[in-house]
Each structure stands twice: as structure tokens, then as C-alpha cells.
Design a protein around this ligand. Structure first.
Ligand SMILES: [Mn+2]
Length: 307
């Protein structure tokens, strides 16, 4: 059976997978996943792959037992598993997993650049891919096409297109130009949104805003960064949906990870997300009214005051 790559759905995930493909030198099957559903993805993974590479996916502690059991199953069936990630892990989980697979968990701007340094440091194309991973995952977005790549990764079809393109060492193309135009529309909407924001101050005097992008063209990370710069924010919370709120560091140092972790999420100190559990009734209300806030959302917004 062919090799398998399991990677994150975002630009860093695509970059990591592209470098992993160059590393494997085969045509692996690629699965995109989010860390909070990794147990389910591994449960569906069949035995018999020669090599499995997992990249840019953290092992969330609340599902670590299930994930470790699945890795054990796949490893004992003969698959060689390589796992490279740059998020914050529970040390006990790292120790357990390191016995079952070739595990690299180190702090790095992106998983792509970690993979590059560890396995592909002689490869110029991988170097360029790693630069894109860093630029995207730190939200610097300083490279010409990073925001267009981010736009592309919202759809599976485009994610695969980008992955193939990066793997070949191609970083431009007509489809990327089209995404660039969509990005422009998103930026214009972000500017409108930021100009209408209310500002708040935490108990310790940090300035922040809550940005609700539901039903808008505005893109969350872009709007958060723009708001931080224009309004001198310490951090911003972005409401993506009834299930998802993310927190982004602004112009000063602040650790937002504990807040995300208290609400079933994870990530980095500077960019992390909570994973909410709305009731059926709340999901319905969210569907009916664009700005409806669930009980847990309101609680999180309250907790922002103590950051
Ligand atoms: Mn990443």
C-alpha cells in the first residue's frame, strides 16, 4: 500500500505535506485533519501503509489516550511512523509517543520549517516552502502570495492543487492570481469591520476587541492583525462560528493559550483557538441569527477581562 501523509488543513499543513512528499519521494495519499479530530482520523486509517508521516498536528491531551492507542496499532502492523510538530504538547504524551514512532516536537515558527531543518535541509525547494510555512503560521504574511495561499486552503480541492504546486516547486500561477483578487475583497471588508469595532480594557489594563466575522467576507487573522495595528491592541478575539473562537496576540506580549485550553482548544501563546460545544438549541439559534452568542461564548467574552 502507498505511503500516507496526515497533515493540518492550513497553509503550514500544506507546506509541511509538500516537504514530506519531497522527502518520501513517492506519491503518498494525503489526508487533511484538525488536531481535535485526530483520534477519529487515525481510527479510520487502515493498516498496511509502509510509511506514515504526520505533520503540523499537535496531540491534544484530552484525546491523547485514543491517539496513542491508534499509533500503537498502526506501528505494530509494520508502518514506519514519523511525526513532526511545533505546537505545545504535554510532556508525558511526548514520552509515550516517542516510544512508538519517530517523533520531533520542537518549538519552531512553523512545522514546515521544522521538517525542513530535520529532514530536508539540503533541498532548496523545501527551504522556500518552509519560508512560506513560517510566514503563514506566524501570521506575518510578508510574502507576496501568503494571503492568497491562505484563501486557497479553505477548500480541499484548492488545498490539493496548492500541495501539488508546492511539491513541484511552483509558487505562482493563474489560480493563485484569482485567489489574490478574492483576498482583496476580504481586505476591504476587514477594513470596514475594523473601523466599526468597540474597544475594551481588561482588569490589568490590556486593550482588546472582539471581532465577529460570521457571515462576512472579512478574514479573521487578517482582521485581527489590522485591528491590532490600527487600534494598538494587546490582543483580539475572533468569532468564526458558534463552535470556534480564536485569540490573536496584538502589538504587545500576552499569553492567550490558557484561555483556549480551558475551552477545549489549543495552539500557540500568540494564536490559539477554543473549541466550543453549543447545544442543539444554540446551534439552531446561531443558524437563525448571525450574531447570536451561545452561553459559552458569552462566558469566554467575560473571561477576556482577566487576560
Ligand atoms: Mn503550524
Amino acid at each position: 500500500m502507498s505511503d500516507l501523509i496526515i497533515t493540518h488543513v492550513d497553509v503550514d499543513g500544506v507546506c509541511s505535506a509538500a516537504i514530506a512528499k519531497r522527502y518520501l519521494k513517492t506519491d503518498p495519499f494525503v489526508v487533511f485533519a484538525s488536531p481535535r479530530r485526530l483520534d477519529a482520523v487515525l481510527r479510520r486509517t487502515r493498516e498496511g501503509h509502509e510509511r506514515i508521516v504526520i505533520t503540523d498536528l499537535s496531540l491534544n491531551h484530552d484525546i491523547s489516550e485514543a491517539v496513542i492507542a491508534e499509533v500503537q496499532r498502526l506501528a505494530s502492523s509494520g508502518s514506519k511512523i514519523t511525526w513532526v510538530d511545533h505546537h505545545a504538547w504535554n510532556p508525558a504524551d511526548v514520552e509515550k509517543l516517542a516510544k512508538l514512532c519517530e517523533l520531533t516536537v520542537e518549538s519552531s515558527p512553523s512545522a514546515a520549517s521544522l521538517f525542513f531543518r530535520k529532514y530536508m535541509s539540503d533541498d532548496d525547494v523545501s527551504k522556500k516552502i518552509a519560508e512560506i510555512g513560517d510566514d503563514a503560521d506566524t501570521n506575518a504574511n510578508a510574502l507576496e502570495n501568503t494571503l492568497a495561499y491562505k484563501y486557497g486552503t479553505w477548500e480541499l480541492k484548492n488545498r490539493l492543487l496548492l500541495l501539488d504546486s508546492f511539491t513541484r516547486g511552483e509558487f505562482e500561477g493563474d489560480f493563485i492570481k484569482k485567489w489574490q483578487e478574492e483576498v482583496k475583497l476580504q481586505q476591504e471588508d476587514s477594513e470596514r469591520l475594523v473601523s466599526e469595532l468597540s474597544l475594551f480594557t481588561t482588569n490589568t489594563g490590556k486593550k482588546y476587541a472582539v471581532i465577529d466575522v460570521r457571515g462576512r467576507k472579512a478574514q479573521g487573522t487578517y482582521a485581527a492583525k489590522l485591528a491590532a495595528q490600527k487600534l494598538d491592541l494587546d490582543f483580539a478575539a475572533v468569532i468564526y462560528s458558534c463552535r470556534s473562537i480564536s485569540f490573536y496576540r496584538g502589538v504587545r506580549d500576552v499569553n492567550l493559550l490558557p484561555l483556549a485550553e480551558r475551552h477545549g482548544g489549543g495552539g500557540h501563546a500568540y494564536a490559539c483557538g477554543a473549541s466550543l460545544r453549543p447545544s442543539l438549541c444554540e446551534r439552531l439559534l446561531c443558524f437563525l441569527s448571525r450574531h447570536y452568542k451561545t452561553k459559552e461564548m458569552r462566558r469566554i467574552i467575560q473571561e477576556l477581562n482577566s487576560v
